[in-house]
Design a binder for this molecule. Structure first.
Ligand SMILES: C[S@@+](CC[C@H](N)C(=O)[O-])C[C@H]1O[C@@H](n2cnc3c(N)ncnc32)[C@H](O)[C@@H]1O
Length: 295
């Protein structure tokens, strides 16, 4: 499984760097052959560092992912705790909506970015609760801490760390949330295993993520990744849910599933008319989902 994921990441990185970014933005060094999980993580770090440090004109908020905002992320305007400076349009759902977060609970947000979901969770847990945001990109942690300073909230902390090996105690959190991150994790078995480990018995999780239904050809994956990012590492739905189940979770449900429309005009920029027809005939597609479960 990991080989397949590595290959697809390799394809995305090469394609994106070749076709999308302006010169000087996504440097050549980040193109190279992506062969190991370590390399994948380095590329992911570089990409999200660019996202959060780009001033303008080059890689914008959805660096190397034109269209991502329109097609994946949802509006947070109506949520208490919404913080515009933390919203880079990088999510693909609203994980806090489906996990009934209670006052006083401890919530862990995986791949917390600039803190978009963490600050919403902070409102839900109230002043007696705790929120931990975990991210492996130092620039994201820095931005999240700047946002925290501006908000003046005490009970949120951002921790630098890897989802596959979290620097957190076992059985220590009530709720794990995550928004469009697990698809970027090379070893999802390890990632979900860690989610299980850090949750208290009876703890819950809610993950918004990208999956595929049916087999996507490499060509379609390339085109989709250029358009909307976060597709290259996406697993098929059954495989994804199997990992969640095998990790030990129960009461696994999918309260939200949304098909991502990929317009013909876009696909035709990267696919032949014949390949497009094959894709349409196959019935395969990309979905954003939110999956919930309990330990
Ligand atoms: C698509 S962005 C989502 C950010 C945030 N959840 C949001 O909705 O704004 C993915 C984030 O996950 C982080 N990330 C990716 N893989 C990770 C890993 N293995 N461990 C920790 N963080 C990771 C990246 O650094 C990035 O900040």
């Amino acid at each position: 499984m990991s080989k397949k994921i590595n290959e697809t990441y390799t394809d995305e990185v090469k394609t994106v760097d070749a076709d999308c970014c302006e010169p000087g933005c996504c440097e050549e060094e980040s193109v190279g052959a992506v062969e190991t999980a370590k390399d994948i993580k380095q590329v992911v770090r570089e990409k999200y560092t660019e996202v959060v440090t780009a001033d303008s004109g080059c890689c914008g908020p959805s660096c190397c992912s034109p269209g991502v905002e329109t097609f994946f992320n949802e509006s947070y305007d109506h949520l208490q705790g919404y913080t515009k400076d933390a919203d880079y349009g990088l999510g693909c759902g609203i994980p806090t909506e489906f996990v009934n977060i209670q006052k006083g609970e401890t919530v862990l947000d995986l791949g917390s970015g600039a803190g978009n979901d963490a600050f919403v969770a902070q409102q839900l847990v109230g002043k007696n609760g705790q929120v931990i945001g975990l991210d492996m990109t130092p620039a994201m942690i820095k931005k999240a801490n700047e946002n925290k300073e501006k908000l003046g909230v005490e009970n949120v902390r951002f921790v630098l760390g890897d989802i596959e090996d979290m620097p957190l105690e076992s059985d220590s959190v009530d709720v794990v949330i995550s928004n469009c991150v697990m698809n970027l994790v090379p070893d999802k078995v390890k990632g979900y295993g860690e989610v299980y480990r850090v949750l208290k018995p009876g703890g819950r999780f809610s993950m918004s993520d990208i999956i595929t239904v049916g087999e996507l050809t490499q060509e379609v994956r390339h085109a989709a990744a250029l358009y909307a990012g976060c597709v290259s590492g996406a697993l098929q739905k059954e495989e994804y849910l199997d990992i969640v189940k095998q990790s030990g979770f129960k009461n696994i449900q999918l309260p939200k599933e949304r098909m991502i429309e990929l317009p013909d005009e876009l696909l035709l920029q990267h696919l032949s008319a014949e390949a497009l027809q094959d894709f349409r005939d196959s019935g395969a597609s990309i979905y954003s989902i939110t999956v919930v479960g309990e330990k």
